[in-house]
Design a protein around this ligand. Structure first.
Ligand SMILES: Cc1cc2nc3c(=O)[nH]c(=O)nc-3n(C[C@H](O)[C@H](O)[C@H](O)COP(=O)(O)O)c2cc1C
Length: 315
């Protein structure tokens, strides 16, 4: 997720996940146009950065890391895939055909590719030619209305390893509830057309148990979690795990420190602020600490606010 699943947050999630519960992580989506342009590359390359410490944890845990890319031009996909294969050690390449954001859709990219079968074929083939890595697709069920049947029937003819289906149309953005009957339909089609391709369902999963329930209902091979990770970064930790305040603050401190160590001043400190609520909630004084943290502009100030809260009761 953009500005969310950077190497820092992924490492934190890996460090607290219980064995066997988390299997795949995806990078933030990265523009193939950017990757193929000498100056543009500098603006997007951080999205593919993997810290050594994350890399070590991935190895230890066996969790796979997939690079997600987006764009329109097949030749750029070819070059981007080759660049990724030559310079990184990702386990796969995922093609974003789901993002509904206006400025991206206007370029004909992401969810605008839904139903553009000939172009989608070229994009998949170009990516496969550019690298030997497995290719997967993340998409939605349609543009204005669900087109699950026709769209999936096409995707299932492609040489891809997996499809992550977000159970909403482009028009639904992320506002209306995800419609999981569409995932069940996609799995049924997969069983008929191409049993080799894995189907991951996505949309509104709130907890690990909820995810398991959706898998049982739909027979999907797995689920992808989006915003659920914001309400609970311990999502992939044992079911009944309830972090104490100290544990939440420890993880927040680790996040702030690793973020600053990794990005220095290259990435705005404000991006970190969207994470504060996930650690600083559900205990006495959380709102006041959050307010203090929102005023901070660097690691030192944020650590100071946490120190004050721990030792001086926020005074
Ligand atoms: C802040 C934010 C950034 C996102 N960035 C990406 C992205 O880079 N690539 C992607 O495939 N989906 C991205 N998504 C969409 C999520 O992966 C997911 O499909 C969507 O939020 C629905 O799942 P959920 O209901 O579990 O959140 C993003 C969502 C949010 C909220």
């Amino acid at each position: 997720m953009e500005d969310v699943t950077d190497t820092v947050f992924r490492e934190l999630l890996l460090s607290i996940a219980s064995p066997g519960k988390l299997h795949l992580l995806f990078t933030e989506f990265t523009s193939v146009e950017g990757l193929c342009h000498p100056r543009g590359r500098q603006a997007v390359i951080h999205r593919l950065h993997v810290n050594d410490s994350e890399h070590d944890l991935l190895k230890q845990t066996g969790v796979k890391l997939i690079a997600q890319i987006w764009g329109v031009n097949p030749e750029k996909y070819f070059k981007a895939a080759r660049f990724i294969a030559e310079n990184y050690s990702f386990d796969g390449i995922d093609l974003n055909m789901g993002c509904p954001v206006d400025k991206i859709v206007k370029q004909g990219a992401c969810s605008a590719l839904i139903g553009q079968n000939a172009l989608v074929n070229e994009i998949v083939e170009a990516t496969r030619e550019g690298s030997k890595l497995p290719v997967s697709i993340k998409t939605r069920t349609g543009i204005k209305n669900h087109q699950t049947e026709g769209w999936m029937a096409h995707l299932l003819t492609l040489n891809i390893s997996a499809i992550t289906l977000h159970a909403r149309t482009q028009k639904m953005m992320s506002l209306k509830p995800a419609e999981w009957n569409q995932i069940a339909l996609a799995v049924k089609l997969r069983n008929e057309i191409n049993p080799e391709i894995k189907i991951l369902g996505n949309g509104d999963i709130e907890s690990y148990a909820h995810g398991l329930q959706r898998i049982e209902e739909t027979d999907a091979d797995g689920i992808m979690v989006g915003r659920g990770i914001f309400s609970n970064p311990w999502f992939f930790t044992d079911n009944d795990f309830m972090p104490e305040t100290d544990e939440k603050l420890n993880l927040l401190e680790k996040h702030i420190h690793l973020y600053t160590q990794t990005w220095g001043t290259h990435r705005n400190f404000n991006i970190l602020k969207r994470f504060f609520k996930i650690y600083v909630s559900g205990f006495e004084g959380a709102a006041a600490l959050r307010a203090d943290l929102m005023q901070c502009n660097n690691e030192e100030q944020a650590m100071g606010a946490i120190y004050n809260f721990r030792n001086l009761g926020g005074k």
